[in-house]
Design a binder for this molecule. Structure first.
Ligand code: MCN
Ligand code: CUN
Length: 777
């Protein structure tokens, strides 16, 4: 066996740590102009007139585009990734604060920004709709006159209602709670941006843009601009994080395209931090009512959920089209239940569009939060230890593959083992003893658990698509005469280390060193079609495609090697990274020697034209289902409401780990996300729709001061259907950690009678929860 898997240092870090990466904003083209967007100050208003004459008179301004200008080009509205439409530049109304109204193009960025102030927009204010709970009230302001169904985006249900009602009727205990998963934002360090370069002579558009899904985006640009797809090249260079924010396309990109067409020059647009927080894809905003039913001895019988989803002004959720609530209906989590039923209603409000971003696992974040909070509440009601209640209800290893009550088929798992490992690592019994001692001293320490199951790697093409494009991904593998290989893939790393791990995948299959394999991505002219990176699908889908292509190369190499040995291909075996003659293992040929022969003048066997190159398109038979057991220890000061995360124990199982160091890095990052979401982040609005979280002074990112050094553990339960048994990991810790933090804080506050508090658990919110519970200890 060769051993290409393991903690190989990341190839891409050589350029990143030297500041040698190339991000969109690093690219400067000759004659390039700079765009800036005029945004609406109001959440809801009719546009009476836009006067750009003063801006046009600015000496550095080359062009101004308004909604009317784009309408003439048929570009005032663009499709969203969920099949809705979104205004590129507003023509009729503005529907959220920060919405795009006009685009100024100038010779430099500063002039473009300055000239925005010279544009005069006459707005006629309309009553804003901010609270999603009132969106369906009769008389609520109508946001989308273009749609038939008022402010309703969709109604969607999953599961078996009568069976669930019966399970609840048979229960000894029912616990229910209203909870909010607040609107948050992925806030990648690099904001979104694009450079459009339209070549009028050849009719070609090159667009450098921050894109997690270059091929899918190209289809959208072709549909919208009328430029044929083969004349559009999307280049997504190094990305400074995406976290879901770079899955959709944004009005600014299209303005850059239209402006390049209008001026005949390349046009760059890069948003600033406030624009990013106020207008690009948000996440969550789920208003949930959940209920759990159980027997008196803690056997879970059923789960119910009713959800109101705030989608903002346009439905731009980037998720498979048959699932308007994403994968929320996996909300039975990691437990056996007889029945489950959920209803989700999506509504429009006067807020920025999005909904699916920030390591969302297509809404499994919200689902895990709901079931893990309910499980803790049930334990409290029953007077059971939350670890014991979980252990008793976790799916058993022999139940896999397991088909849940809402239709998911979980591929593999050993849940009790993961939970036991986490409890051991934490020293759980000792922690509970310490907690009791501290409580006796008036100190409030919390221990919070969560157990999560994700479904990642969308998706089986039979029922998962985005904009009608089935979710499979391609890989092209070229093997040069000297045995060096180049793998081209359709997914796009944003920091996850694909240049290293995808090289490892190929190297492992071909007996090469990862250094011998280069990975090409992020350029539609150089890579095969595929749907891109999100929903932790790169390893499950594109990684599988890479392995399948490598195995095809290996099989071609076998035929060539057989010719070289003058043996029958059936007499060869692949051992230790080489083709060997069975029974005579010293007769061995590695891929490099075989590749050279395949390019040489030797007589090749029938079926081999020369070269070893191969390609594959992978259509996953199912999602992969990573899981994990998390324990968060907090200390809460009830006087100030301050929460300190003292320890975080995280046991993750993502099947076979290609690069355990990168996997751990992903978990570190996700735990920081979760701590941020649970304790300090929310995109909030005042009653007229002013966004109150438009800077990093208001929208807080956790730092090393808020995040302890996590204690990580691993179990390995391979996915039975993935070619190397790997499952995705990129979102696991963001999905799994918020409920552990909240459970921990609520546990700390149990002596005050607090049973629930909504995120973010800022000092103020913790203090209010203590006051509201009314039992001052
Ligand atoms: N990996 C591995 N072994 C496994 C699973 C994964 O070695 N069993 C490695 C992969 O090869 C890859 C990395 O871990 O290098 C993450 O793989 P995967 O779980 O397939 O996730 P994706 O590559 O598809 O990344 C997407 C995921 C998502 S959806 C968000 S959001 C997110 C995340 O990754 N955004 C990130 N992690 C991020 N990390 C960084 N640095 N920046 C972002 O924007
Ligand atoms: Cu939902 S955030 Mo990631 O899937 O790009």
């Amino acid at each position: 066996m060769s051993h290409a898997y393991g903690p190989v240092p990341r190839k891409e870090d050589a350029r990143f740590i030297r500041g040698q990466g190339t991000y969109v904003d690093d690219i400067k083209l000759p004659g390039m102009l700079h765009g800036a967007i005029l945004r609406s100050p109001l959440a809801h208003a009719r546009i009476v007139a836009v006067d750009a004459n003063a801006a046009l008179a600015h000496p550095s301004v080359v062009a101004v585009l308004t909604g009317e200008d784009l309408a003439e080009r048929g570009m005032a509205w663009m499709p969203t990734v969920f099949g809705d439409v979104q205004a590129v530049l507003a023509t009729d109304k503005v529907r959220f604060q920060g919405q795009e109204v006009a685009f100024v193009v100038a010779t430099d960025r500063y002039a473009a920004r300055d000239a925005l102030e010279l544009i005069v927009v006459d707005y006629e204010p309309l009553p804003p709709l901010i609270d999603p709970l009132t969106a369906l009230d009769p008389g609520a302001p109508v946001i989308r006159e273009d749609l038939p169904d008022g402010n309703r985006v969709f109604d969607w249900t999953a599961g078996d209602k009568p069976a669930t009602d019966a399970a609840f009727a048979a229960a000894d205990v029912v616990v229910g709670c209203d909870m909010i998963y607040p609107r948050s934002h992925p806030a990648p360090l690099e904001t979104c941006g694009a450079i459009a370069d339209y070549d009028a002579v050849n009719g070609r558009l090159t667009l450098w843009s921050t894109s997690q899904a270059p091929h899918a985006h190209r289809v959208m640009y072709a549909a919208l601009t009328g430029i044929p797809e083969h004349k559009i090249r999307i280049v997504s260079p190094d990305l400074g994080g995406g976290f879901g924010a770079k899955v959709p396309i944004y009005p600014g990109y299209l303005c850059a395209v239209a402006a390049s067409q209008a001026t005949g020059r390349p046009v760059k647009w890069v948003e600033d931090r406030s624009e990013s927080l106020m207008s690009t894809a948000f996440a969550r905003d789920y208003h949930m009512h959940g209920e759990i039913a159980a027997t008196a001895d803690g056997e879970i019988l059923g789960l119910r959920a009713r959800v109101l989803a705030d989608h903002g002004a346009f439905n731009a959720a980037a998720q498979p089209s048959k699932f308007p609530a994403g994968f929320f209906h996996i909300f039975t989590g990691s437990y056996r239940t007889r029945a489950a039923y959920c209803e989700v209603t999506g509504v429009f409000t006067n807020k920025a569009p999005g909904g699916v971003a920030y390591s969302c696992s297509f809404r499994i974040t919200e689902a895990v939060y709901l079931v893990e909070r309910l499980t803790d509440m049930l334990a409290r009601r029953l007077g059971m230890d939350p670890a014991e209640l979980r252990m008793r209800n976790l799916l058993r290893p022999e139940q896999f593959p397991y088909t849940g009550p809402t239709g998911w088929q979980y591929d593999s798992g050993d849940y009790p083992r993961a939970l036991r490992l986490a409890l051991d690592m934490a020293g759980y019994d000792e922690l509970r003893r310490e907690q009791a001692e501290r409580r006796a001293r008036g100190e409030y320490m919390g221990i919070g658990l969560s157990f999560f199951t994700e479904g990642v790697g969308a998706g089986p093409r039979s029922h998962m698509d985005i904009m009608g494009l089935a979710m499979s991904d391609g890989a092209d593998l070229r093997v040069h005469p000297t045995g060096k290989a180049v793998l081209a893939v359709s997914v796009q790393t944003q920091g996850q280390g694909h240049e290293t791990t995808f090289a490892q995948l190929v190297a492992e299959e071909l007996g090469l060193s990862p250094d011998d394999v280069d990975v090409v991505h992020g350029d539609t002219d150089r890579t095969p079609f595929g749907l891109g990176t999100y929903g932790s699908r790169s390893t499950p889908v594109s990684g599988a495609a890479a392995v399948v292509a490598a195995r095809k190369v290996r099989e071609r190499a076998r035929l060539v090697a057989a010719a070289m040995f003058e043996a029958s291909p059936d007499d060869l075996e692949w051992l230790d990274g080489k083709w060997r003659v069975r029974g005579d293992p010293d007769q061995a040929l590695g891929i490099a020697e075989i590749a050279m022969a395949a390019h040489s003048t030797i007589e090749l066997p029938t079926g081999i034209e020369g070269h070893l190159d191969a390609s594959a398109v992978y259509n996953p038979p199912n999602l992969t289902f990573p899981f994990g057991a998390y324990i968060c220890v907090t200390d809460v000061d009830p006087g100030t409401g301050e929460v300190k995360v003292r320890r975080f124990i995280a046991v993750d199982d993502c099947g076979v780990r290609i690069n355990p160091m990168i996997v751990e890095g992903q978990v570190h990052r996700g735990l920081a996300d979760g701590i941020g979401i649970a304790l300090m982040q929310a995109i909030s609005f005042d009653e007229i729709g002013n966004c109150l979280s438009g800077s990093f002074m208001d929208y807080l990112l956790p730092t090393s001061l808020e995040c302890p050094s996590p204690e990580l553990g691993a179990t390995v339960t391979p996915s039975p259907h993935h070619p190397v048994g790997a499952k995705g990991i990129g979102e696991s810790a963001t999905v799994g950690s918020p409920p552990a933090v909240v459970n921990s804080v609520v546990d700390a506050l149990a002596p005050f009678g607090v049973t629930h508090a909504d995120m973010p658990l800022t000092p103020a919110n913790v203090w209010l929860a203590i006051q509201a519970a009314g039992r001052l200890s």
